[in-house]
Unconditional design. Structure first.
Length: 342
């Protein structure tokens, strides 16, 4: 079966076609980063309007790339949540309308499940079971994944997510939007050892996270340094490097503890922060010492994309976990949706 998937939960419009037997056939993505940069963050109303403009041209592009017509499609998947309500409604309404007109099933997909399974788009493909680190601007969670649809929460952030800590710190340092990649780039020029920053909840004996205090610590260090008669050379780069090191240290330590607690030897990292090169390098080295493996999605699938949504739907269809009844008239989206409820 060929599944057409739509992602529109925030500021990326993604469309993809995935075959349950052959895998990913084609995908296309439009990011709204340039549009939101002027505002320093995502403006929900602008995001929704841009999804409306982009979704149909992207759909035509994906069908053309894959050599498909709508008659070749067997089901349509879409992100039903969590995310921005208006943005979710764009993708959901297009998917449901298309499914209804073609008398096809419409499959609602949890956004985080898409991220969770996205490393299985790569080669080698991580086998079940594994521990998953979901790490993005809005989420930081550790999950035990026994199979598609079988998820157990091990730990999560109690306040700011890791990606949010990257973005907030970048804003303090006067960097552009999006802040995470800008901070990581600046960190390459800095010395992470020059400025001491806390590692929140590193010794809490739980698998939970907390990053809100890290931003406050950066603000304090920055104010103290700027109040000195002579400002240290390379101050901003050093702060960027120290912030990145603190976040990575916590993520690596908690992920390692999750593997030890579960007795598993595979760690899957998904979400936008999974693109951070320092995190990838340190996890690879640390897990090698434990005779464990780390799996990452290709860089193009770290951020939100349609491929992960279509792929998650294909995985559900293959296991008999999707309702393949042709779509009706009604549908809903879930801006707040616990993955445990899937």
């Amino acid at each position: 079966m060929i599944i057409l998937g739509f992602e529109s939960s925030c500021d990326e419009t993604g469309v993809a076609a995935v075959c349950t037997e052959r895998g990913l056939l084609a995908h296309s993505l439009h990011t709204q980063v340039a549009m939101h940069a002027a505002y320093g963050g995502v403006v929900p109303e602008l995001a929704s309007r841009d999804h409306v403009r982009r979704v149909i041209p992207l759909t035509r592009q994906v069908l053309a790339q894959a050599g498909l017509t709508l008659n070749d499609i067997g089901a349509i998947a879409y992100t039903a949540g969590p995310g921005l309500a208006g943005a979710l409604l764009v993708g959901a309404s297009v998917a449901q309308s298309m499914a209804w007109s073609l008398e096809l099933p419409a499959i609602p997909i949890h956004h985080l499940e898409g991220h969770l399974l996205s490393p299985r788009l790569a080669t080698p493909c991580p086998e079940f079971p594994f521990v998953a680190l979901l790490v993005s601007g809005g989420h930081t969670q550790l999950m035990r994944v026994d199979d598609v649809g079988q998820y157990t929460l091990l730990g999560e952030t109690l306040d700011d997510a890791a990606g949010e800590a990257f973005d907030k710190t970048a804003k303090l340092l006067g960097l552009g939007y999006p802040g995470g990649p800008a901070l990581a780039t600046l960190a390459q020029q800095g010395d992470a050892q020059r400025i001491a920053l806390p590692r929140p909840m590193l010794h809490s004996h739980t698998l939970d996270f907390s990053f809100s205090g890290l931003k406050t610590a950066v603000l304090t260090r920055l104010r103290d340094a700027l109040a000195q008669p002579v400002v240290a050379e390379n101050l901003h780069a050093d702060l960027a490097a120290a912030t990145q090191a603190a976040i990575v240290d916590v993520l690596v330590a908690k992920s390692t503890a999750a593997l030890e607690q579960t007795g598993l030897k595979r760690l899957v990292v998904a979400g936008g922060v999974g693109a951070n090169q320092r995190l990838r390098e340190k996890l690879a080295v640390t897990l090698r010492r434990l005779n464990a493996e780390a799996f990452f999605p290709p860089l193009e699938f770290c951020t939100d994309n349609g491929a992960m949504i279509a792929f998650a739907a294909a995985q559900r269809v293959s296991r008999g976990l999707a309702d393949l009844t042709p779509s009706g008239h009604g549908f809903n989206v879930f801006p707040r949706w616990d993955l445990a409820q899937v």
